[in-house]
Each structure stands twice: as structure tokens, then as C-alpha cells.
Write a protein that binds this ligand. Structure first.
Ligand code: AMP
Length: 304
């Protein structure tokens, strides 16, 4: 099954303790799509300005991502400037320049509207809802968001959240959205806002799945080389959603596997800046890290 995604396509300027990158390929839809493209066909709806390097579009096409819904309009591409200190878990946003996203009205190409899996990656919740209005009811509709929208457009965001089946959100944002410090309680509050399935990302510590009263914990992979966490959350969501779409199955056991597939993609994403590490992964790479995750958290039954 294919996926339709809307989100940001960006030029990111990022500094981490290990280096920096200026105007590198980024954006929630970008990281999500590149990751999901390892599992299924992805169709993207987004906008860039005339300054967006053509080579980036060529790269997306090379991953077999359908970019016929990626508009190029006069003006500057969305830009995000962020900084990570020694704690690579929390990005500090230095600047968000919406640029061409400010006047963007998403137009979902008719052929995209039939996708059974729709992901509303992190972007203005008004734009997320505009996509919902243009598609037939999907089998799985999910969204992501961030503090920028929770604080800046809360009412609109709550409307979007009330319409989705699943939300993928990081722990700080889950607390901000729910007003609860405890993540189990935060998930309960978020369920009440609409989504039946809540996934809370915990940076290097992994992610929690709240599904019909079950809780599943996917660990983070302890890595010796972490360069840039930007896009780890979107890569996680791309792996999770991509695997669910590939399997076309929403059972708990497939969700548990999908959480690990998401963790596999996130763990590769952080090893280099931008999408550089997940540009050219092989099936062997994916299997090797999935097995490493299995070994990381496997334990046997015991009897007392
Ligand atoms: P994450 O997976 O959370 O690290 O997402 C990082 C990506 O989100 C970056 O590549 C940014 O371009 C993008 N981003 C940052 N702020 C926003 C925003 N307010 N709306 C949409 N995308 C954003």
C-alpha cells in the first residue's frame, strides 16, 4: 500500500557538538519520505521556493518518491535553524522561517487521494487538515507535530488531532500538549483528544506505543557515533508507517515490529548530517540493525 505525506521540505542549518551544516536538505516530509521509501511507494505534497537545489528533487526521485505534489513557487524555501548542545536529545530552535509555506494551499493530485495510508508530518495544522479534506477516508491517518504548533496554533492543532487515528509525538511535546508530566497519563489525555494509537518518541531512549490498552517499548540503539539527531523523529515515523503500509496490517504484533523498524531508521539517520546516512541503505543494513535491536532487548523466561 502506498503512503501520502504532507509536511515540510526544508533547508536546515544545524550545529551540533560534532560539526555544522548550512542549508542542508531537511524537513519533516523529507526525512519521513526517504525513510518510508525503503518499504513502500511514497507520494509527497509540499512546497519549495525557487532557491531549492534541483539535485535534492533528483535525490527524492531517485528514492522513487512521487514528487508530482511538490510545488515550486517564487520565493524562499522553508528554513529551520537549530542547535544541539551536549544533550543531543533536545533541539533548540534558533529560527523558523516559514517563507513559501506561509501562503501555501496544498493541492493533493487526484491520483494521490486514493492512498490508504496518510501521514500528516509536522507542519501547520491548517495545512494538515486541508489534506484530510482532499482524500478519501484512509485506512490509517496519522499526524506528528511540535512545540512550535502546540504553542502557536493550539486550537487548530486540536481540531487536526481530533480527526486522526494515530499521533506520533516526542515526549516533551506530549507533556506540553497534555499538561501531564507522567507519560502514561499524557497518553491517556491524548487518547481523549481523538487518536486511538499514541506513539511517544523519547529520543535516544527509544519510543513508547500506546495501543488499545497495551504498552510496547522500543529501545533506542546505543551508538558510539551520533552526529546529528535532526530528522530522527521523522525517520522513525517513516520506518514505522512505511512498514505498516508495506504489510497493510494494523494488528498489535505488526505495530510492535513497525516500532522497531522505526527505531532502525532513526538509528541510521543520526549517524550523519541531513539524510546522508539513509540515502543508500541496503536490505542487509536494515536486517542487520533489526537483529541488533532484537538482541539488545531479548530476554528469556525465568522460573522462580
Ligand atoms: P525531527 O525529526 O523532530 O528532528 O524534525 C526535524 C525537521 O523538522 C527538520 O528537518 C526541520 O526542517 C523540520 N522542522 C522544524 N521546525 C518545523 C516546523 N515548525 N514545521 C515544520 N517542520 C519543521
Amino acid at each position: 500500500m502506498g503512503i501520502l505525506v504532507i509536511g515540510s521540505v526544508a533547508l536546515d542549518t544545524v550545529t551540533t557538538p560534532f560539526g555544522s551544516m548550512t542549508d542542508g536538505l531537511g524537513g519533516s516530509a523529507t526525512h519521513f519520505s526517504v525513510s518510508a521509501s525503503y518499504f513502500t511507494k511514497v507520494s509527497m505534497v509540499a512546497v519549495v521556493g525557487t532557491d531549492f537545489p534541483h539535485e535534492h528533487v533528483e535525490f527524492l526521485k531517485s528514492r522513487d518518491i512521487d514528487v508530482s505534489g511538490l510545488e515550486t513557487v517564487p520565493g524562499k524555501t522553508f528554513r529551520w535553524t537549530g542547535h544541539y548542545g551536549i544533550d543531543l536529545n533536545s533541539a533548540q530552535t534558533l529560527k523558523t522561517e516559514l517563507n513559501v509555506f506561509q501562503n501555501f494551499i496544498p493541492k493533493v493530485p487526484q491520483k494521490f487521494g486514493q492512498n490508504d495510508f496518510v501521514f500528516l508530518a509536522n507542519i501547520d495544522p491548517d495545512l494538515q487538515r486541508s489534506v484530510i479534506e482532499q482524500v478519501k477516508k484512509p485506512k490509517l491517518l496519522a499526524c506528528d507535530t511540535m512545540n512550535f504548533w502546540i504553542e502557536g496554533k493550539r486550537e487548530s492543532l486540536l481540531k487536526t488531532i481530533s480527526l486522526v487515528d494515530m499521533i506520533v509525538i516526542n515526549e516533551g511535546e506530549a507533556r506540553l500538549l497534555s499538561g501531564k508530566t507522567n507519560l502514561v497519563k499524557a497518553a491517556q489525555v491524548i487518547h481523549q483528544l481523538g487518536p486511538r494509537i499514541v506513539v511517544i518518541k523519547q529520543g535516544e531512549y527509544g519510543a513508547l506505543l500506546f495501543y488499545d490498552g497495551h504498552i510496547f517499548s522500543a529501545p533506542g540503539m546505543p551508538l558510539s557515533d551520533v552526529f546529528d539527531p535532526t530528522g530522527a523523529g521523522d525517520s522513525f515515523a517513516g520506518g514505522l508507517f512505511g512498514y505498516l503500509a508495506m504489510k497493510n496490517d494494523l494488528s498489535l504484533s505488526t505495530f510492535r515490529q513497525a516500532m522497531i523498524v522505526g527505531s532502525v531508521m532513526a538509528s541510521y539517520n543520526v549517524e550523519k548530517f541531513s539524510c546522508d546516512r539513509i540515502r543508500h541503505l541496503t536490505q542487509k543494513d536494515l536486517h542487520a540493525r533489526y537483529t541488533a535491536f532484537k538482541n539488545l532487548s531479548h530476554f528469556d523466561e525465568i522460573s522462580f
